[in-house]
Design a binder for this molecule. Structure first.
Ligand code: ATP
Ligand code: MG
Length: 175
């Protein structure tokens, strides 16, 4: 429960390539919160059931991921970065930010990463059909879900400032 925490937990989610890691690292640094990249955690702590060669991604073991993160999440003060959001317990997060990027911009970012064509197509479709936004709206209270544009460096800076202000407001409400 948020009332048991002295610092908030924020989830930054969105289609791969929308800029989650870039923004989450920046915001965590600015606010002095911990940054958790779930993809990296899964790889390092082997919280998966194998690797999908076609999509070049790990098949998550949700229960292992949640067990691994539970203690740190219950303490608060985390900015979590992952391209999906329905696996996490709703109680963990005070704010869910869904990053959005225009298709042509996202396409260029994915090409620049040398992603296989099937993965590029899948991710572009994911963004067009706002899959992650719908998932967030179904998994969390609507007032906690906020969509943020992530097309430019200016967007990134304004998003980071917005997060910093939101954290300050959350702390002020706690006192
Ligand atoms: N707001 C932005 N404006 C311009 N470029 C950006 C922005 N955010 C991120 N980028 C660039 O886009 C690329 C993808 O960003 P990033 O790795 O942060 O995405 P991600 O959402 O974490 O992707 P993944 O889900 O695959 O980890 C990087 O090259 C990054 O520098
Ligand atoms: Mg990332």
């Amino acid at each position: 429960m948020s009332s048991e925490r002295n610092l908030p937990n924020i989830l930054i989610t969105g289609t791969p390539g929308t800029g989650k890691s870039t923004l989450a690292e920046l915001a965590a640094q600015d606010a002095g919160l911990s940054y958790i990249n779930v993809g990296t955690l899964v790889k390092e702590r082997l919280l998966h059931e194998g690797y999908d060669e076609d999509y070049q991604s790990y098949i998550l073991d949700d229960d292992k991921v949640i067990d691994e993160m539970e203690e740190q999440m219950s303490k608060g003060g985390n900015i979590v970065d992952f391209h999906s959001c329905e696996l996490f317990p709703e109680r963990w997060f005070d704010l869910i930010l869904v990053l959005r990027t225009d298709n042509t911009i996202l396409y260029d970012r994915l090409v620049a990463r040398n992603y296989p064509q099937n993965k590029i197509t899948e991710n572009i479709e994911c963004e067009i059909f706002q899959v992650v936004l719908e998932e967030a709206r179904e998994s969390y209270a609507p007032e906690k879900v906020v969509e943020l544009q992530s097309n430019s460096v200016d967007d990134m800076d304004s998003n980071a400032s917005r997060i910093e202000k939101w954290i300050e407001d959350w702390k002020a409400r706690k006192q």
